[in-house]
Structures are given as C-alpha cells and as structure tokens.
Ligand binder design. Sequence first.
Ligand code: NAD
Length: 292
Amino acid sequence: QLGTVGFIGLGTMGREMALNLLKAGYRVCVYDVVEAAIADLVGHGAEPASSPADAGRDADIAIAMLPDTPEVEDVVYGKDGLLTSPPRGRLFVDMSTISPVASRRIHADLANVGVAAIDAPVSGGPVGAKNAALSIMAGGEADAFARAEPFFRAMGTTITHVGAAGAGQTVKLCNQLICGINIQAICEALALGRASGIDLEQLRNVLLGGSAASWMLDRLGPAMIAGDTAAGFRIDLMLKDLRLVQEQALSLSVPLPATALVTNQYVEARAHGEGTNGNQALFKVYDRMTNQ
Ligand code: NAD
C-alpha cells in the first residue's frame, strides 16, 4: 500500500482525480455532501467517510476538490471539519479554485494546529482529470510540497511549485483570465463567421491549423457550434473565478479591462439561466446579440 488519501468533493473533477489515486494504488477514503457520489466511488474500491474529519482520520494527506471558498471553509472550519480533527498525516491540499486571501488564512490557521497546507488548483478540465493529465500549480512550504508531490503525480503531468501560500491560487487566476478572454474571442470569431455564411466546422478546423489555435477552440469549439450546453466547467464557476481575478487586480491596482468586459458577458449568460451550463454556453450571448 502506497499510502492513504482522504478525498473530499467528488464532483466533475474530484471524482476522476479520486479514481486516478485508486488506480495508482492508494487507499482512498471519500466524502461528499452528496451520498450518491460517495457510493459511486465506493463501487470503484474507495472507502466511505461520514465527514471531512472522518475522511482524514487515517489519511497521510487530505485533499479537497470543492466548488468555492465557502465550501472549503466549511470543510476546514465547520463541525467535523479538518481543523477540529486534523488528518493523521498533518497535510491538507486544497485543489479547488478559491480566494487566495482565504487560502492564505486557511494555511495560517492549519499551521497553528500543526497541519501543513498546500493550495494546488488545477487546469485541464474534466478530460485532463480523467486522463491524469492536469497541470497542478502549488503554493506553500517546500517540504509540504515534496510530501504532496507523489500524490499529484497520480493526477497530473505538469506539477509546479509556484511559490508560498496562496501562490497556486494566483497562478490559477492568471490561467482563468486567459481562458475567459479566449472563450470570448472564439465566440466573436464564430459570430462573425456565421453571419458571413461561413461553415463553422470548417472555420474551426482551419483556425486549429494556424496561429489562432487554442485549447478552448479545440475542446469547447464543437459544443459551441452544435449548441450543446452541457457542463463541463460551469458558467457559475468561471464567474466565481473572474470575480476573484478582479478582486485581486483591484486590490493591487492592476487594470484588467478585457477581463472586466468578459465578466459582463458571463453575467449576462447567467442572467439568462445559463449558470449551470458549460462555458461553451457563452456563445448563447452572441446568439442573442446577433438574433440567431
Ligand atoms: P462540482 O460542483 O462538479 O464538484 C464539487 C463537489 O463538491 C460536488 O460533488 C459537491 O457535492 C461537493 N461539495 C460541495 N460542498 C461540499 C461540502 N461542504 N463538503 C463536501 N463536499 C461538498 O465542481 P468541479 O467542476 O468538480 O470543480 C471543483 C473545483 O475545481 C472548483 O473550484 C472549480 O473552479 C475547479 N476546476 C474545475 C474545472 C472543470 O472543468 N470542471 C477545471 C479546473 C478547475
């Protein structure tokens, strides 16, 4: 047995990441507020836990993959949270994308009870999670990173210690602003092509062969063109990330005009009920603007 992982948050990303830890030979104790998500993982060889503390009780490392800051705070500070009953290995890794400010506070509060923390958000989407091919950007102390790294190897291929507590979250926010702006750029190209009578499948293929190629055009392009809005990476989660980008930029007086513009498009998408749809649904905003 390689070691034991307490894994908390078994959604789109966490489910695949926990499965990859099982495949790599780790013992994995799983917790989620949705019982069916626990049962699903137990069907694949994981052990069920009844709370975050229970998942960490016997674990060398507790890993969280949760939607947003309040959920991570719940898992750390809440009743049966990790602060009241720290994981056996005294190591907590948060792979969710949350506020860097909150992340630094969690690092400090856990350090007070002798638990080392790493913030390690990921990029690569559900496919990257499934293929254990995520890019993992980690912030925290070097020795804690060294202890977490073997576990990261079961989930990702590009694993980088980017700095002190919270630095992983900041790097992830840089990643997200590029993703958001890129999705908008693709929407604009598709809107112009469509209005001009260009075949959009062919347009995408041509663009992928040249200097406009991108991960988003490759992975989200087909769903945008087909009008398939099923998530993936939800509009709501991207809006959460863009808000965090702007909070940090404002606090540092860094103007990010393109990010502000894209955020408004996402707000519009959510106002039209697309919050739980995938990011490709941003193109629906352009359907409305162009009356398509
Ligand atoms: P998700 O909503 O599909 O999964 C989150 C899981 O956490 C759910 O199963 C939910 O039931 C569970 N949960 C919520 N509150 C909980 C609590 N208090 N205790 C225990 N479990 C709880 O979200 P996701 O798409 O897997 O994303 C997770 C994180 O990863 C987010 O921060 C997101 O921004 C980030 N991320 C997502 C993607 C993507 O493509 N989906 C890619 C990279 C990063």
